[in-house]
Design a protein. Structure first.
Length: 163
């Protein structure tokens, strides 16, 4: 009974440490924001940065959704090939075209990863804008560019070498 009372009275529980950390971060961010927003031109620049961050987030989400939709189009194309193979008098012509399902799944996963990365990047940039940082990591942007290039290369290779 005494051990439970001691643990209840202990100021170093996990929840109290977490609240202290979050509150301290909030106070620091509030002080930085108060300093940043004291001037009118600085306030407008701060707003423009946040709006640009939101536009970028929405563009990334559109890209992720487009890739997910494209993966469904690829899967429907695979179903069309199966149907053509079934009704064709020469099904061996369509024997090499059944490999698009893997590409569809890969593009679907890539679209989901881009959307998750977009959410992470939005909050990452928001925190840095609020703190007044001047340098950011370019890794999320590099990942987006690389994933779109990989998708385009896969589609190009599929149509050049399989058709």
């Amino acid at each position: 009974m005494e051990k439970t009372r001691q643990s209840e009275q202990s100021p170093h529980t996990l929840s109290s440490l977490l609240k202290t950390y979050v509150f301290r971060r909030h106070v620091q961010d509030t002080e930085v924001l108060r300093h940043l927003l004291s001037d009118k031109s600085t306030f407008f620049a701060w707003q423009r940065n946040h709006m640009a961050n939101e536009r970028t987030f929405l563009a990334w989400c559109r890209t992720g959704i487009s890739l997910i939709v494209f993966s469904f189009v690829i899967e429907r194309f695979d179903l069309l090939i199966r149907e053509l193979r079934a009704i064709s008098p020469q099904p061996e012509k369509f024997a090499h075209l059944g490999k698009t399902q893997y590409m569809g799944v890969m593009i679907f996963v890539l679209g989901g990863a881009i959307m998750l990365l977009a959410g992470w990047r939005f909050f990452y940039m928001r925190r840095h804008i609020n703190q007044g940082d001047l340098e950011f990591s370019p890794l999320p942007d590099i990942f987006l560019l690389a994933s779109v290039l990989v998708t385009l290369a896969m589609v190009f290779l599929l149509f050049v070498f399989l058709f």
